[in-house]
Design a protein around this ligand. Structure first.
Ligand SMILES: Cc1cc2nc3c(=O)[nH]c(=O)nc-3n(C[C@H](O)[C@H](O)[C@H](O)COP(=O)(O)OP(=O)(O)OC[C@H]3O[C@@H](n4cnc5c(N)ncnc54)[C@H](O)[C@@H]3O)c2cc1C
Length: 544
């Protein structure tokens, strides 16, 4: 059995856990982060990617709204390469209560959110695909944030500062000595046992926080609330479009990268069902029909995939009613609450407040570890977001390589472009045409960004996230995992199979029309050419 000694142990490699690992390392402490799957494979990789302005909370939850706008301004500076400053609209439809528009303006004023009333004509100029029947519109500083890039950049920064990031390693016991937590026992990808000892354990495992607490012998009740979302194959809107009414199903369309996303439903689920990421036909119908009210024709645009996530909200007595439960941050010192020293839980909040959550948890951990260094994560840019090479220099430095290829790599990795791109032809060979992912980017990700399989590679580079969902890039990617990642030929076939099955889960609920045709084609490529045939069942939903 292996044994590691460190200062702070972080359980969970979502945005919160990765943010804590970064903050802890920046304050000079040793840190080990344990993630049972991949970075951002929990709720962090299963949301809208909305960089909230706070307006969605401004009417009912002023504290969350204020947190959002503060973090919005910080993330636009420190995470520039993960953020798109699109702006957002709140639009009122004829069937909506016009009073909500007024309340929202008032709420935004109290929260310090710059919400501007604009004419319907101006709204349609900003977003020409909008429903022309809208009655009023507000412009707010919403944006979008890529959760995969954000988490990876935090983990990268932490590891460059000395933190150990262990993915595909599961915490299966908390090591206790009387009323003190001393560490965690884990099991890694190769089924090897590992014990890690540290002075503080931070439970940043999101909705799984309840399980971690029960391993420590204490109780924590989560309030799992599931939300489903639908990805549309084109970027049909340039700005975030919100419906101006109290939060409800199908009231937001968020653009991101090459696609747009309709969200979300909200459904209370029993704790035993938190792993069930199925999206039902009814949820898809609701998302399409409500999405259609904001942007007509959205339901006739090709749907790419559907997925769901579970909000890691902590149950508080008296207010546990789905959308009404607070999105506020819960920081729990289990010494104060349960008489158990050395364990902290951080949960609730949002992707958007991950940095603030990390700051709060790290402040408490530092107090326990007797360290007084202050947080600086709000000032120091993430790797890739530093000031550096200008567009003009980029074009000059990489002249001869198509600008779109250089631009895509820069879009995803920011200033790290210079560690990725070379003039060697092989380096900028396209592996994924839909998302313009090059061989150089894949090599960089495999060697530097904790990539263990093809699904991890997808989260780091967007390989297989485009219209074909991996039809032409998956097998190339699995070949590169052999070349740069040391996978054996047999392993790379297994990894390819796992990747296709993972993609299939999201494609299956939206199989009609072009999507169905493309899936059939993918099936024949992998079955016909490669003989990869774990049986799959095609469920035809619509006629086209
Ligand atoms: C439908 C939906 C839409 C949302 N939209 C937005 C949005 O647009 N903007 C926004 O700001 N927020 C949004 N959110 C909220 C946001 O996604 C979450 O608050 C945030 O991602 C939580 O991150 P986390 O790191 O705390 O948790 P997670 O991302 O869930 O991370 C926890 C990690 O812990 C790991 N883990 C669990 N158990 C163990 C174990 N035993 N050992 C090791 N590792 C373990 C898990 O694998 C997981 O990766 C949305 C949420 C949902 C559900």
């Amino acid at each position: 059995m292996r044994r590691i000694e460190t200062d702070i142990i972080v359980i969970g490699g979502g945005a919160t856990g990765a943010g804590i690992a970064r903050d802890v390392s920046m304050r000079g402490l040793r840190c080990v982060l344990i993630e049972k799957n991949d970075l951002a494979s929990g709720t962090t990789g299963r949301n809208h990617g909305l960089l909230h302005s706070g307006a969605r909370y401004a009417v009912k939850d002023l504290e969350s709204a204020r947190e959002c706008i503060r973090e919005n301004r910080i993330l636009k500076k420190i995470a520039r390469h993960c953020v798109e400053d699109t702006g957002g609209l709140f639009v009122t439809l004829p069937e909506d209560d016009p009073m909500y528009h007024r309340n929202l303006i008032e709420g935004c004023r109290f929260a310090g959110i710059n919400a501007r009333e604009i004419t319907v004509r101006r709204a349609l100029q900003i977003e020409p695909n909008l429903n022309p029947a809208i009655l009023s519109a507000l412009h707010v500083p919403d944006g979008t944030i890529d959760p995969f890039r954000l988490t990876s950049a935090n983990a990268l920064d932490a590891s460059e500062r000395g933190a150990i990031i262990m993915t595909h390693t599961r915490v299966n016991a908390i090591i206790r000595n009387g009323t003190r937590v001393e560490g965690v026992s884990c099991i890694d990808r190769k089924n090897e046992q590992l014990d890690i000892y540290g002075s503080v354990v931070i439970n940043a495992s999101g909705v799984w926080g309840q399980e971690i607490c029960s391993m420590a012998g204490i109780e924590l009740a989560m309030f799992p609330s599931k939300g489903s979302m639908l990805i549309i194959d084109y970027r049909i809107n340039g700005v975030v479009v919100n419906r101006c009414r109290p939060p409800a199903d199908g009231d937001i369309i968020v653009p991101g990268d090459t696609v747009s996303l309709i969200g979300t439903t909200s459904m209370e689920v029993p704790y035993e069902k938190i792993h069930d990421n199925n999206v039902t036909d009814e949820e898809i119908e609701v998302l399409l029909s409500d999405g259609e009210k904001l942007i007509p024709n959205v339901s006739r645009t090709r749907a790419l995939r559907a997925y769901s996530g579970v909000r890691p909200l902590i149950a508080v007595s008296g207010e546990n009613t789905g959308r009404n439960i607070s999105r506020g941050i819960a920081l729990i010192d289990h010494n104060t609450r349960d008489g158990l020293e050395g364990l902290i839980t951080i949960a609730g909040g949002k992707l958007m407040t991950y940095r603030l959550m990390a700051e709060k948890a790290t402040d408490l951990a530092c107090r326990k570890a007797g360290v007084s260094r202050k947080c600086t994560t709000h000032k120091v840019p993430l790797p890739g977001s530093e000031k550096g090479i200008s567009r003009r220099r980029r074009i000059k430095e990489f002249s001869g390589i198509p600008d779109s290829v250089v631009g895509s790599t820069f879009y995803r990795h920011g200033q790290r472009l210079q560690s990725i791109m070379t003039r060697e032809k092989r380096n900028y060979r396209l592996i994924c045409e839909c998302e313009m992912v090059t061989e150089g980017e894949i090599e960089y990700a495999i060697k530097n960004l904790n990539v263990k399989d093809l699904v991890d590679l997808r989260r780091r580079t967007r390989i297989g996230m485009g219209p074909c969902q991996g039809e032409l890039c998956a097998y190339r990617g699995s070949g590169l995992l052999q070349e740069y990642g040391g996978a054996s030929p047999e392993e790379s076939v297994e990894l390819l199979q796992d990747f296709l099955e993972e993609r299939w889960k999201g494609v299956r609920p939206v199989l009609w029309g072009d999507g169905l045709r493309e899936s059939e084609f993918t099936y024949w490529i992998y079955q016909g050419l490669f003989g990869i045939s774990r049986p799959v069942k095609i469920k035809k939903k619509r006629t086209d």
